[in-house]
Write a protein that binds this ligand. Structure first.
Ligand code: ADP
Ligand code: MG
Length: 472
């Protein structure tokens, strides 16, 4: 595991301290807000710094796990601003007396104020800590647009009594709002039902732990006695056979007792390779809805709403001009998480410098975000954009049909996937309905030739590149 605790080294590798930890904590306060800071960051201390890594001390394992799963990238970012050579963070646990003798760990009381307990099922030890819903991720503050309307409606519908489709399967790319919707469903349903909300990764972690501790009976019992079972990021079980076996049984037991099941995934059931087909067919047996990549209008609305709520929370946050808001919506990619991250940056700037940045300044502030986003482009995103540019359907784009009107767009999509992502040729081929990598090579060569020889063709490809924030 990434977050293994390494013993502190006393070797001469340690050099003079360069990091001002208090300053980092102050920035963390600004970036993450008071609640998160007070609950999680305040009690973290810098214990040692080396050339390439630092050791931080967390009061409990739980706090460490939480920080590692949510904030560690941000903290690393802040550290790197002061000392660029740092590449990773390791944690040491400094157990406090009270947390050794009882499992109610420090930090948890704060946590409980923010997180709802309600009817959420509880189990001893650590599992308790993960089966919680974030009250901030609810239906009320989920902004809808054409890309997520259907998923939103389906999510609301499943909360009604006698909802006819089960399971509900929501899929979409990273940062599109899947976890937010799952959480909202959990919150709503926990008003009068017993719910279980867990990520597939956590589910697996407990599965393995239960085997080790010989507690499989308890495990089975726990997961099968819930009215609502919500599992996030199911793609995690790809290739993990024993896990799939267990999941399949859990799933069937839940169906038998007519529990509601909600699943999220980063891809459609049919694209969940390395998962047994009996499982994928069960997963798609209810309602399958996609959250599509966000469009400009949705991003703009989310940015506006978020900015308003930040202004209420931090009174020193400056107004932002419509142009800057639009720049944010235009330059960030489809992931809402990235959109919010970009906005946070602009807001932090406005607070630190006590002025609201203009468009030019905003571009400078967002420079690296914009280029990072371009690298994170997904092949599916490219396929969709190219398909809609040539007004063909995604199915046609992926189909085996070889008519010219389909072959060119397909080749362009392959070409762009090669040029704009870091995916390998076999990977790209696989995502084009399992085509061979030699087909991709051929496509790239063909398009490169056409670009040289045909000006209007070149223009189309450039147009498309522009849509992904790439300019020649
Ligand atoms: P995913 O699980 O698909 O990767 P998340 O649900 O974690 O994405 O969403 C990333 C961030 O964007 C979260 O902070 C979430 O609250 C926010 N978000 C996503 N979609 C919306 C939306 N439609 N309205 C408001 N906030 C959203
Ligand atoms: Mg998620």
């Amino acid at each position: 595991m990434k977050n293994k605790i390494n013993p502190i080294k006393t070797s001469s590798e340690s050099e003079e301290n360069l990091i001002n930890w208090n300053e980092i904590k102050n920035s963390a306060f600004k970036y993450l807000g008071k609640d998160i800071y007070e609950s999680w960051i305040k009690n973290i201390e810098l214990t040692k710094e080396y050339n390439h890594y630092v050791i931080l001390t967390a009061p409990t394992r739980f706090v460490r796990d939480w920080i590692v799963s949510r904030y560690v990238d941000k903290i690393l970012d802040l550290i790197q601003k002061q000392k660029q050579t740092i590449q990773r963070i390791e944690f040491e646990i400094k157990l406090q007396k009270s947390s050794i003798s009882n499992s109610n760990e420090a930090g948890l009381s704060n946590f409980q104020q923010n997180y709802k307990k309600g009817n959420v099922a509880s189990i001893e030890d650590s599992l308790l800590n993960y089966n919680r819903l974030d009250t901030k991720l609810n239906f009320e503050n989920f902004v809808t647009g054409t890309s997520n309307q259907l998923a939103f409606m389906a999510a609301q519908k499943i909360c009604e009594k006698n909802s006819s489709y089960n399971p509900l399967f929501i899929y979409g790319g990273v940062g599109m709002g899947k976890t937010h919707l799952l959480n909202a469903i959990g919150l709503k349903m926990s008003e009068n039902l017993k719910i279980m909300y867990i990520s597939a990764e956590r589910f697996m972690y407990h599965f393995i732990n239960s085997i080790k501790k010989n507690e499989m009976v308890k495990f089975k019992d726990f997961f099968r006695k819930t009215d609502v079972f919500i599992i996030d990021d199911i793609q995690f079980i790809r290739g993990k056979e024993a896990m799939q076996e267990e999941f399949f049984h859990t799933f069937n037991a839940l169906v038998d007792r007519q529990s509601t099941i909600v699943i999220s995934s980063d891809r459609a059931p049919s694209n969940l390779d390395r998962i047994q087909s009996r499982i994928t067919s069960r997963l798609s047996g209810g309602l399958v809805v996609e959250i599509e990549p966000s469009d400009f209008d949705l991003r703009l609305e989310i940015i506006k709403k978020k900015h308003e709520s930040t202004k209420q929370q931090f009174l020193d946050t400056k107004d932002l001009s419509e142009e800057v808001l639009k720049l944010l919506a235009a330059e960030s990619q489809a992931s809402i998480r990235d959109v919010i991250g970009a906005l946070n940056r602009i807001q932090a700037f406005s607070r630190i410098y006590n002025k609201s940045p203009n468009v030019t300044e905003s571009k400078i502030i967002l420079k690296d975000i914009i280029s990072v986003n371009a690298r994170n482009l997904s092949i599916e995103n490219i396929q969709k954009t190219v398909a809609s540019y040539f007004t063909i359907s995604l199915n046609e784009m992926l189909s085996p049909r070889r008519s010219r009107s389909l072959v060119r767009p397909r080749q362009i999509a392959m070409y762009l996937a090669k040029k704009l992502t870091t995916k390998s040729l076999p990977d790209i081929g696989r995502q084009f309905n399992n085509r061979d990598h030699t087909t991709v090579i051929h496509a790239v060569k063909t398009i490169e030739n056409l670009i040289i020889n045909d000006q209007s063709f070149k223009k189309s490809v450039e147009d498309l590149k522009g849509k992904f924030g790439q300019k020649e």
